[in-house]
Design a protein around this ligand. Structure first.
Ligand SMILES: Nc1ncnc2c1ncn2[C@@H]1O[C@H](COP(=O)(O)OP(=O)(O)O)[C@@H](O)[C@H]1O
Ligand SMILES: [Mg+2]
Length: 262
C-alpha cells in the first residue's frame, strides 16, 4: 500500500531509543523529536553518538530498543516498499558527505532520482539543474567532477543531491566542518533560505557555535547517552550540566555571543 504522508503530522519522533555496539551502549532511553518547520541543532562531545543517532533515525542502524516514528508512522510497522517511499521524504548529507567522484555534479544529483523515480532522463537533468541553482552553484558546475570543486562547492553539491527528491526532512551531519568562516556563514544562510523555500524540517549536527546562534531555532544536547535538553539557545546555555557549561562558557562561545549573533 502506498504511504500517505500527512505533512501536518509530527515529522520525526523517537522514544526510548537504546543503541549499542556489542556491550558499548551509545544511547539509552533517548527521547527526541523534530518540530515541524524548525531547524534543530544537535550538539554533543566528539564520540557521544551524534552520527550514530542520525544513522539510527535513518534506519541504517537498527536500535536495540525504542520506537521511531515519521509523520505518525512507526518505521518498524512499515513494509519494505513503504520504507523506501518514506526515504524519499528524508534528505541526508552525511558527515564528510562524499559525492561519487566518477560522476559529474549533475549526475550525482540524478542518483536519487534514478533510484526512486522513473522520470525521463531529460526531466531528471532539468530537475538536477534546478537544484544546482537552488544551492547557489553556477550552472557550469553541472558538468564538473567533484575533484574540480572547492570544499564549499562540494558541500553545496552534496546538499543539492540530498534535496533531489524534495524531501520534507533534512538531516545534515556537520555540514560546515572544514569550511572557512566565510564559506560556513554562506552555507548557514543557504540552509535558512532553503528551509523557507522548501518548508523543510531540519536536524543539523554541528560543532559550529556560529551556526547555532545564527541558524538554529532550537538546540538539542546529546550528553550522558541521551538528549538532555532541547530548547532555545539562551535556555540551553543556562542549563546546568558540566559539559554544557564548559561548551557554552568557553572563550569561543563568548566571542560568538559578543559578536551580537544571538
Ligand atoms: N560501526 C561501529 N562499530 C562500533 N562502534 C561504533 C561504530 N560506529 C560508531 N561507533 C562508536 O559509537 C560512538 C559514537 O560515534 P559517533 O556517533 O560517530 O560520534 P559523534 O558524536 O562524534 O558523531 C563512538 O564511541 C564510536 O566509537
Ligand atoms: Mg559524527
Amino acid at each position: 500500500m502506498a504511504l500517505k504522508i500527512d505533512k501536518t503530522a509530527s515529522p520525526m519522533e523517537a522514544r526510548g531509543i537504546l543503541t549499542q555496539f556489542g556491550s558499548n551502549v551509545i544511547h539509552e532511553d533517548l527521547n527526541f523529536h523534530l518540530p515541524r518547520g524548525e531547524i534543530v541543532g544537535l550538539v554533543g562531545g566528539s564520540g557521544t553518538g551524534k552520527s550514530v543517532l542520525m544513522n539510527t533515525l535513518l534506519g541504517l542502524k537498527e536500535p536495540e530498543g525504542g520506537m521511531i516514528r515519521y509523520f505518525g508512522y512507526d518505521r518498524e510497522e512499515l513494509s519494505a516498499e513503504q520504507r523506501f517511499e518514506l526515504n524519499t521524504q528524508i534528505g541526508v548529507l552525511f558527515q564528510g558527505g562524499a559525492l561519487f567522484s566518477s560522476l559529474t555534479v549533475r549526475e550525482n544529483i540524478m542518483v536519487p532520482l534514478r533510484e526512486h523515480t522513473d522520470l525521463p532522463v531529460k526531466l531528471m537533468r532539468e530537475l538536477a539543474d534546478m537544484k544546482i541553482h537552488m544551492v547557489g552553484l553556477p550552472p557550469q558546475s553541472a558538468t564538473l567532477y567533484p575533484s574540480d570543486l572547492s570544499g564549499g562547492m562540494k558541500k553545496r553539491a552534496g546538499l543539492a543531491r540530498s534535496l533531489a527528491l524534495d524531501p520534507e526532512i533534512l538531516f545534515l551531519d556537520e555540514p560546515t566542518a572544514g569550511l572557512d568562516p566565510v564559506g560556513a556563514n554562506a552555507f548557514d544562510e543557504l540552509i535558512l533560505g532553503l528551509r523557507e523555500a522548501m518548508d523543510l524540517t531540519v536536524l543539523l549536527i554541528t560543532h559550529d557555535l556560529d551556526t547555532l546562534y545564527t541558524t538554529c531555532d532550537k538546540v538539542a544536547v546529546l550528553v550522558d547517552k541521551h538528549i538532555a535538553i532541547v530548547d532555545s539557545l539562551p535556555k540551553v546555555i543556562a542549563y546546568e550540566h558540566p559539559w554544557v557549561q564548559e561548551y557554552f562558557g568557553g572563550p569561543r562561545s563568548r566571542a560568538a555571543l559578543s559578536a551580537g549573533k544571538t
